[in-house]
Each structure stands twice: as C-alpha cells, then as structure tokens.
Write a protein that binds this ligand. Structure first.
Ligand SMILES: NC(=O)c1ccc[n+]([C@@H]2O[C@H](COP(=O)([O-])OP(=O)(O)OC[C@H]3O[C@@H](n4cnc5c(N)ncnc54)[C@H](O)[C@@H]3O)[C@@H](O)[C@H]2O)c1
Length: 462
C-alpha cells in the first residue's frame, strides 16, 4: 500500500505493450462499490475472499499482462501459489514513512492511523519478501528485474550468487578480457566454476569453428549454466552455444563492453557468422541473467567506448530522452532498461523490436561494403545521420554529428548500395527503413523513393 503500484503499473504496461489489470479495480467493477465501501458494508473477510477469487482468475488466465495486487492480497496462500506459478513478481521497495505520506490523504480503510499503518507494513513485509522474484524502486528497475538484469558497480564480485540455481558453471571468456578481469570473475564464482574456456578476442570468436570447439569441450548437463564474460562477440557466441548444446542449457551474460551492456547482451538474440555474412546462424535464447558491472568499462579502449555511445544515442532517440547526456553508469542502466522493455514487448522480433534497427540498415550496408573494416560505432553513427536526415530531424542530425563526429566511410558507393538491398529486412531488394516521426516516436517499415535513399547513403561516403 502506497508503494507506487497504481502509478508505475500503467506506465509499465504501456512500455511493455500489455494490458494493465488492477485486482482492486476488477473487484470494484464487479460489485459496483469502492473498496472502502466494501470494507464498511461487509467487513474485511468477504472482501478478501472476493479479492482472492479475482486475483487467481487473473493470474491463471496466462495472458501477458501487468497485474497490480492490493497490499493485503498476499495474505491468501492460494494467491501466493498462483503468483509463484504464473507470474514474475516484483516488490516495489518503499519505507513505512514514504508509504504513509502517499496514502494518508486518501480514504483507504487500512490507512487511517499512522501507528496501525506502520505495524501492518512491518507485518506484511516478510510476506512480500517471500514471494518477490525481483525488487525495484522505479520503472526501469521493474523492467530490469523482470528481464533478469542485475546492474551495479562491482556486480562482478557477486557472480557466484547471481547465476541461477546452484549447479556448475562453465565460463566462456574473451581472450582480451581474460587477462583484465578473468581472475576476478573466477574468484567470484568459487566452487561453482567447473571449467573455463578462452575464446579469441572480438568478432573472431563468432565462428562455427569456435562454437564447435565449445560444444565438444563442455561437460555440463542440463543442470549446469554457461556464462559469457566479454563483449557482444563473446555473448553472441556463448549464448548460441548454450541455445544449441543439449538442445539448450541456461546461460548468463556478463557483458564487458558498452555495446554489450546496453545492447548485445540483452534480448536473447545469439549468433555466429558465416563466410557469407554476419549473424547468419543463430537462435533466440534469453539469458537467465545478465550481470552488468559498469566498473568493467574502465579498461575499455576509447574506440570501443565510442562504439557503445552510438548505441546509447540510438536508444535515447528512440526513447525520446537525451540518454547520452547522463554519466556512463546511468547511460548503461537507462539504455539497458529501454532495450529490455522493447524486447519483452516483442521477444521474437516480429514487430516493435524492428525499431532497434534505427540507423542500422545504412550501418550494415557501409560495414559490408568496407569488408567489415569500418568500426561498427562509426557505421552506426553514420547510419543515424542518414535516418535523422530522412526523418527531417536536422537538429538531431547535428547533435549526432557533434557528439559522435563520424568521418565519412571510405567505401565503394555501388557496393554499399548493393548491400543496402541485401539487408535481411529488405523486401524485394528494397530497404525498409526505421525513421522517426520525432524523438520518442519511431516509424517502422518506411519505404522511400530509391533516389532519396541513395542520396542519403551517398552523403555518408567519402
Ligand atoms: N545479440 C545482439 O542483440 C547484438 C546486438 C549488438 C551487437 N551484437 C554483436 O556484438 C558484436 C560486437 O560486440 P562488442 O562491440 O561488444 O565488441 P567485441 O565483443 O567484439 O569486443 C571488442 C574488443 O573489446 C575487447 N574488450 C571487451 N571488453 C573489454 C574490457 N572491459 N576492457 C578492455 N577490452 C575489452 C575485446 O577483447 C575485443 O578486442 C558484434 O558481433 C555484433 O554483431 C549483437
């Protein structure tokens, strides 16, 4: 009571594209009386019976929804069981004082006396703790908890406890990261660490050969967990290996680059590359946990930080918030929550998730035309410029130019144009673009005149 459920709930539902269902509101609708009236007319017990029936009915419907449960609903064991079986339960953290300030002006029957209110708060807290699958204090926190994402500086030291269950863990680590952070991760995993496997640094790891090497050396059964420590290349490889080994074992991502912390490690897309192109063999396999420690970014070369900043700018433009102006730890938290919400909304990339391609259609074409010599961050920055110009958002294009200052790509114009038509999302060789109506309002599947697209592409090339 007074934790902020009625405010956060509808906002969360909007972000996840799910209906918001308040158990109290359904009870009120069915009885034609307010909760306060029901308490006054019938007393607490009949209200609790009705509340329990409605809560179980809603929880067992198995339709994706954001459900708000009244403060006293957890007193009923059947409701607690239904929560455990059918829901991910987030406890909104608050203090008795904060909650009292919020509820005391209203007419809630159990919030009339501050001392009784505090006693009830203290009595209920252990019950809430017992059913909570995650804890949060704000909207981003709820999304992160529901996505299995744990973010804090120093989180790497808690790895042993953050991995699901208590089974063995095999660690897959990028060769460059191994020398910098490998020892710390191994120490944190303690006895749960069964084996560790060093894979080549960066994109070199994303090959069928490396996947095969891992499949052959893993000794885990399905009780075990694969853990990836590295950038997006390592999380893509290890996630794909976890998706396919023994037809799927759980995995945990511990991203160490800004790109991976705000993007690659989130949302369950995993893949390796073929000669013919990047990410052509892969799978959707949502990590059981993502453990993000912003401290690990301290060792990242500036070029890699710039790559990540381009993704932060993309998320900010899509969210309609200047996330790039925040300090890095907050950039990571906000961008990770943004991506997680989009992916929860559309886990299999059949709709809303396409917005994450903002600027990437052009970026992929430039990267392909450069034989993948063009750094990804620079390609994304150039791609964002094209998308913003085609959206008619010159001010935002100027911001990208000033902040990311991407030098034009030195690639063959015809090769880039051909690559644009080969984009995975193109239809009949014609690219379908993600543009913005305005920051915060993406437009998906936009088809423009070929000459307009070609001239936007040409403007990115030296
Ligand atoms: N699955 C997805 O949704 C998704 C999204 C975006 C990108 N990706 C993929 O991610 C890959 C790119 O990943 P990336 O940009 O994270 O880089 P990366 O994994 O390729 O690593 C880049 C370099 O940074 C080094 N490095 C990593 N962490 C470090 C640290 N903390 N300190 C010092 N050096 C460190 C690595 O050793 C490597 O040399 C691409 O293959 C891309 O396709 C996947």
């Amino acid at each position: 009571m007074g934790a902020g459920k009625s405010t956060l709930g509808p906002e969360l539902a909007e972000r996840l594209g799910r209906p918001f269902v308040s158990v109290d509101a359904v009870v009120e609708e069915r009885t034609g009386s307010t909760v306060a009236e029901l308490f006054a007319e019938r007393g607490q017990d009949p209200f609790r019976e009705l509340e329990e029936r409605v809560a179980i009915e809603i929880l067992t419907r198995r339709l994706p929804a954001v459900v708000e449960l009244g403060g006293g609903a957890l007193g009923a064991e059947p409701t607690r069981i239904a929560l455990a079986e059918h829901a991910f339960t987030v406890l909104l953290e608050t203090t008795a004082e904060e909650a009292w300030e919020r509820v005391s002006p209203g007419d809630r029957p159990l919030a009339r006396d501050p001392e009784e209110f505090t006693a009830l708060f203290e009595e209920r807290t252990p019950l809430y703790e017992a059913v909570a699958d995650g804890h949060a204090r704000d909207l981003d926190g709820v999304v992160l908890a529901a996505s299995g994402i744990h973010i804090w500086e120093g989180a790497i030291d808690g790895l042993g406890g953050l991995a699901p269950g208590d089974g063995p863990i095999e660690l897959v680590v990028d060769a460059g990261v191994e020398t910098l952070h490998g020892e710390r991760a191994r120490r944190a995993l303690g006895e749960r660490l069964e084996a560790f496997h060093v894979v080549p640094a960066g994109e070199q790891a994303k090959s069928v050969g490396e996947a095969e090497r891992l499949w052959s050396s893993l000794r885990l059964d399905r009780e075990g967990t694969v853990m990836a420590l590295g950038g997006g290349s390592t999380t893509d490889l290890a996630g794909f290996v976890a998706a396919s080994y023994l037809r799927g074992v759980p995995w945990v991502a511990v991203p160490t680059t800004l790109v991976a912390q705000v993007d690659a490690a989130i949302g369950g897309k995993t893949a390796v590359d073929l000669e013919r192109g990047k990410n052509l063999v892969g799978s959707f396999h949502w990590p059981a946990r993502v453990v993000i420690d912003q401290e690990l970014l301290a060792t990242l070369p500036p070029e890699e930080l710039r790559n990540g900043l381009a993704e932060v700018v993309k998320s900010g433009l899509l969210a309609g918030e200047s996330l790039w102006e925040l300090e890095t730890a907050q950039q990571v938290r906000r961008s990770a929550a943004f991506k997680a919400a989009v992916c929860l909304r559309d886990p299999l990339d059949r709709g809303a998730r396409a917005q994450l391609n903002l600027g990437h259609t052009f970026a992929h074409a430039l990267e392909a035309a450069s034989g993948y010599a063009l750094p990804h961050g620079r390609a994304v920055a150039l791609g964002l410029l094209a998308a913003l110009r085609l959206s008619g958002l010159e001010d935002d294009a100027r911001m990208v130019q000033e902040l990311l200052a991407p030098a034009p790509a030195e690639v063959d114009r015809d090769a880039a144009w051909a690559a644009l038509g080969l984009d995975k999302k193109a239809v009949d060789g014609r690219p379908r673009l993600v543009l913005l109506e305005k920051p915060g309002t993406p437009k998906l599947g936009v088809e423009l005149d070929e000459r307009e697209i070609r001239s936007a592409l040409d403007a990115l090339i030296a």
